[in-house]
Design a protein around this ligand. Structure first.
Ligand code: HPA
Length: 246
């Protein structure tokens, strides 16, 4: 794949080896302005803002993925394949489906299960288990411990549905209840596509999410509280990016 791509108007030199990916373009701008030194806007096609700057003297990029697996699939594939990016660290929000996981906790996705058909493109005679990079996982858990961030490591669900049609289903047929029984920590909408692209292209990926919704207790963070939880996850992500260069 050559650059520029249909969705990223930049050159490989514009991006760092590690790209942090929030879903929201305005979050990418916020991160660049609040946390990076000397941020430069390197992409703005469709308002998907991408910036490169430094954090503690390490070059880091941040660019939005948009929402859902098709969007994450496009941006991660182009970054890996056309722009030489090695590590993508998704920083998102998720809805917890285990009772011991609370609002503002961080979930670190060792694996990303899915209810999507994204992996059909790879023509595997079976089902592939999308997993994160072990090196990135170690760097992230160490960073979370050092920062005293409450975090849980395990399997998450990447879902194609934010609004599902499950209301009122008996428990045996309720997908959320069944994923919970399998130990799934939380639901988000992008990581499986990221992990599958990383596997296919022999690159590294990890997703860490801040819990914005507790779906079994019907608890939801306010807009301001989402920001606080997000800032702690950002620190974990940036320290992870630094460790990857050491
Ligand atoms: N579902 C899917 N994605 C999410 C959720 C959710 O409840 N909360 C935050 N991201």
């Amino acid at each position: 794949m050559n650059f520029p791509t249909p969705h990223i108007k930049a050159t490989p030199a514009d991006f760092a080896r590690t790209v942090l990916m929030p879903g929201d373009p305005l979050r990418a701008k916020y991160i660049a302005e609040q946390f990076l030194k000397g941020p430069v806007l390197v992409n703005n096609v469709r308002g998907i803002q991408g910036y490169t700057g430094t954090y503690r003297d390490v070059r880091v990029s941040v660019m939005a993925s948009g929402m859902g697996m098709p969007s994450m699939g496009i941006y991660s594939r182009e970054l890996y394949e056309a722009f030489g990016v090695q590590n993508i660290l998704r920083i998102g929000s998720a809805g917890a489906i285990q009772p011991e996981i609370n609002l503002k906790d961080i979930v670190i996705a060792m694996g990303a299960s899915m209810d999507s058909n994204y992996q059909a493109q790879f023509h595997l005679m079976g089902s592939f288990a999308p997993i994160c990079s072990y090196e990135m996982l170690c760097a992230a858990t160490q960073s979370a411990r050092e920062l005293g961030a409450v975090h849980h490591v395990g399997n998450i669900l990447s879902s194609d549905f934010f609004y599902d049609d499950d209301a009122g289903l008996p428990e045996a047929l309720d997908p959320k209840a069944n994923w919970r029984k399998m130990g799934i920590m939380a639901i988000e909408m992008e990581s499986a596509a990221l992990y599958l692209n990383a596997a296919r292209l022999h690159k590294n990926a990890l997703c860490i999410c801040s819990v914005s919704d507790q779906l079994i207790r019907h608890e939801y963070l306010s807009a301001e509280e989402r920001q606080t939880g997000f800032d702690q996850m950002m620190q974990v992500a940036l320290e992870t990016a630094v460790k990857l260069e050491q």
